[in-house]
Design a binder for this molecule. Structure first.
Ligand code: AHG
Ligand code: MN
Ligand code: MN
Ligand code: MN
Length: 334
């Protein structure tokens, strides 16, 4: 067998790169990998067992929860609790952050912000879904960690990643030293290094946005979309439009092929739809580490000072040249 490297082997090998190399962050990443495999197992057989459809409950976002939203949430919290390296989980599916109140965990140094299942409206139709996570180091030194420990800027993240449950299942993560992707080999049940040192192309020709909201977009976005659609051979326009409706899958595709993903403010989501702590920040960290950029249209996502757990924001993310041009349209027209 030639040169297979599992996620576990890779994490141990890279442990010395971490600023506080005591093995805790390595174990935390391993715990997330384990929960991801369990969620993958359920997502894969979702049509066969009674786990599809709505749970009949509404989360703090005002969205109907799917059964798999709740399942994934429970699995990640369970893995992070038994792993013992995480003192708080802040999740899309719970109004308040979840303190891990066991004797080992309450003094743990890390906080995980997580979107357990991204794109949950796509589950019933067998389209790729994902998980997104952001890892922060707690600031307080003793007692139970607090909300202030969670409300840190994106620049403070020590690691971030996503899992995509697609035609194959992958985990992609960064600890601030580049981005690496691992594909799950179901025959051995391991994530194996398949995409070392991922880089987003500087320029691209794919734009991803829910264009149905066009009338409600800011003027800068409307003008930028028209720019994407104009013919100009020198700049490869018109661009191609691709929108899956699972942010993880849309950004993953653009990371590999080059492109821009946008979820701007709209009339129904005046602050934007995606959540800063567990959607925008981790994706911004990954894309910046891969050589791209992430902006709210005017400012760098990772410089935004969070004020609330479920804070939302607009996002423009992907290939550097494309995002810079979109920002220019925002500056000129919005
Ligand atoms: P989630 O399923 O975690 O609530 O996230 C939904 C997000 C994201 O995955 C996706 O890109 C976006 O919502 C789609 O929104 P629209 O249906 O408004 O386009
Ligand atoms: Mn949701
Ligand atoms: Mn999401
Ligand atoms: Mn979700």
């Amino acid at each position: 067998m030639k040169g297979i490297k599992t996620l576990g082997q890779f994490i141990i090998e890279k442990q010395a790169d971490f600023p506080y190399a005591k093995g805790e962050l390595s174990r935390l990443l391993r715990d997330i990998g384990i929960a991801a495999k369990i969620v993958n197992r359920e997502v894969n057989k979702a049509g066969l067992v009674d786990i599809l459809g709505e749970a009949g409950t509404i989360n703090i976002q005002g969205e109907g929860q799917q059964m798999l939203d709740i399942f994934a949430n429970t699995q990640f919290i369970a893995a992070l609790t038994s792993g013992g390296e995480c003192c708080i989980v802040a999740t899309e599916e719970e109004e308040e952050f979840v303190p891990i109140d066991s004797p080992v965990s309450k003094n743990a140094k890390y906080i995980v912000c997580i979107d357990p299942l991204d794109g949950s409206s796509n589950i019933d139709v067998n389209v790729a879904v994902g998980t997104v996570f952001s890892i922060l180091r707690r600031k307080s030194v003793e007692g139970m960690a607090t909300l202030q420990d969670v409300l840190q800027k994106g620049t403070e993240q020590v690691a971030a990643g996503y899992v995509i449950y697609g035609s194959s299942t992958m985990m992609v993560y960064t600890t601030g030293k580049g981005v690496n992707g691992f594909t799950l080999d179901p025959s051995i049940g391991e994530f194996c290094l398949s995409h070392p040192d991922m880089k987003v192309p500087q320029d691209g020709k794919i734009y991803s946005i829910n264009e149905g909201n066009y009338v409600h977009f800011p003027e800068g976005v409307k003008k930028y979309l028209k720019y994407c659609q104009v013919e100009d051979t020198a700049t490869n326009r018109p661009y191609t439009s691709r929108y899956i409706g699972s942010m993880v899958a849309d950004i993953h595709r653009n990371l590999i092929k080059g492109g821009i993903y946008m979820y701007p403010t709209t009339a129904s989501s005046p602050k934007g739809k995606l959540r800063l702590l567990y959607e925008c920040n981790p994706m911004a960290f990954i894309i910046e580490q891969a050589g791209g950029i992430a902006s709210d249209g005017l400012n760098r996502i990772m410089d935004i000072e969070p004020e609330e757990l479920h804070q939302r924001g607009a996002i423009f993310i992907g290939s550097e040249k494309m995002v810079r041009i979109a920002e220019q349209f925002m500056a000129d027209y919005s």
